[in-house]
Design a protein around this ligand. Sequence first.
Ligand SMILES: [Zn+2]
Length: 276
Amino acid sequence: MKKKRRYKKKRVVFFAFFILLLGGGFIGMHFFHSMRKNVKEVKESKNEKFYQEEKTNVSLEKAPRNYQEFFDLDDGDYLTDKGYTLTIKDGIAYIDGYIIVNKTYALSNSYVPVNPHEKITGERCNSCINEDVMKAFLLMQSDATSLGLNIYISSGYRSYSYQDRLYHNYVSISGKEKADTYSARPGHSEHQTGTCFDLNTIDDSFANTDEGKWIHQHAYLYGFIIRYPKGKENMTGYQYESWHLRYVGKELATKLYNNGDWLTLEEYYGISSSYE
Ligand SMILES: [Zn+2]
């Protein structure tokens, strides 16, 4: 009798253990399953977010094809032909934080350079360009000097009203159509931004001087680009200017240098430069 009861007790213990094991297994499976579900849910929400971002980007309105279109646009984000986001803020266009000024994109008559090296008091001032741009120029100038080359800024910041007079003077000399190939209309000059300058003689002879040749090959190392390269008139809207340098920083300048076969900001970002 005693033996039988013990046997029965053993069976009960074994049964209880079995139930416990089963229960544990069940809970474990459930836990594992819910974990997997969580991971799946996170993955799905990530995909959804990615999809939304893609969709937002695609739904952006296209960047303007000319100044007429730019003039009518409100502040906001626009999509360039190369898929970059062009931001218009307070009527001024930027891509990747770089201010964009050409025949399509203009500045208001009150725009002045950000953080100028020297306080702006007049209509034109060579040392009133942006502080970072000036620092980069001085470094480039000092390296050029150590090689026996003489580079200097002949034209830096120019105000809207100064450009207005300059442009209309050229129009009276060459006519409007011709003047538009070498001089910017007021508001459309990069010189108003304080991010560029003209070097030395400001004419075609500069390209063949030792200084001009060195600038062509080395300006990018200091963050400068040849803004209007040879053979790119259709993109920039301007004749080749070996003397006009724009500061964009070393990273972008290196890309645009393109091993000496200079790319334009227009082709790199997929933007237009056209009045009409
Ligand atoms: Zn210039």
